[in-house]
Design a protein around this ligand. Structure first.
Ligand SMILES: [Zn+2]
Length: 181
C-alpha cells in the first residue's frame, strides 16, 4: 500500500519519534508499506515520521556494491536504529528528501558509521556502513529525532524541472550524486 508522504511543515517531522517496544506484525506491515512507498517515490530511504508515524522505524535500500552497475540491492528494515560510532572523517554530499520536494542540499556527514538496531523480526543487528550508505542511514536516523537535512546543509538549492531528481549542482563540472530519503 502506498502511504501519504508528509512534507515539511507537518509537525510529525519535527517530533522525536518513540522507540518501538514490540516488533509485531503491525510493524512488519508498516515497514512493507514504507518500502513500497519509497519505491513509488524513487527514494533510497524512508523514516516512519515521513509517513506520519512518530516511531523509530526506517527502511533503506542500496546496492551491495555501488562501484558496479546492476549490483543486487540490500534492503534494510530497522527498528530503533542508533548510531553507536561515527568516523572522524567527514565527507560532503548532495542530499534530497521525499519530504522536501524540489530542493537538494550539500551536507557534511561522517564517512563511516556503525549502527545498532533490531531487524524487522526483532533480532539485534549491527551494521557498519561507509560512503553513500552511511549517509542514507544518517539522514534517516536524523528524521527519527525530528531533524531534516536542511538543518545541517551548508547550502540548499532548487532543482529545475529538466534536472529532475538526479541532478547535479548547476554549473558544477564534477558529477554529484544525490540521494533522496
Ligand atoms: Zn528525508
Amino acid at each position: 500500500m502506498i502511504l501519504d508522504v508528509k512534507t515539511i511543515g507537518a509537525p510529525v517531522l519535527r517530533r522525536k519519534a518513540a522507540p518501538i517496544t514490540k516488533a509485531d506484525k503491525t510493524i512488519r506491515a508498516l515497514a512493507a508499506n514504507m518500502l513500497e512507498t519509497m519505491h513509488e517515490e524513487g527514494g533510497v530511504g524512508l523514516a516512519a515520521p515521513q509517513i506520519g508515524q512518530s516511531i523509530r522505524l526506517i527502511v533503506v535500500e542500496y546496492p551491495q556494491d555501488d562501484t558496479v552497475e546492476d549490483s543486487p540491492l540490500t534492503t534494510y528494515k530497522l527498528i530503533n536504529p542508533e548510531i553507536v560510532w561515527k568516523s572522524e572523517t567527514l565527507v560532503k554530499g548532495v542530499e534530497g528528501c521525499l519530504s522536501i520536494p524540489g530542493v537538494v542540499g550539500e551536507v557534511e556527514r561522517a564517512e563511516s558509521i556503525k549502527v545498532k538496531a533490531q531487524g524487522i523480526s526483532g533480532r539485534k543487528t549491527e551494521i557498519t556502513a561507509s560512503g553513500w550508505l552511511a549517509r542514507i542511514f544518517q539522514h534517516e536516523i536524523d528524521h527519527l529525532d525530528g531533524i531534516c537535512y536542511i538543518d545541517r546543509a551548508e547550502k540548499v538549492w532548487e532543482l529545475s524541472q529538466e534536472e529532475g531528481s538526479d541532478s547535479a549542482e548547476p554549473g558544477d563540472d564534477e558529477s554529484v550524486n544525490s540521494c533522496k530519503g
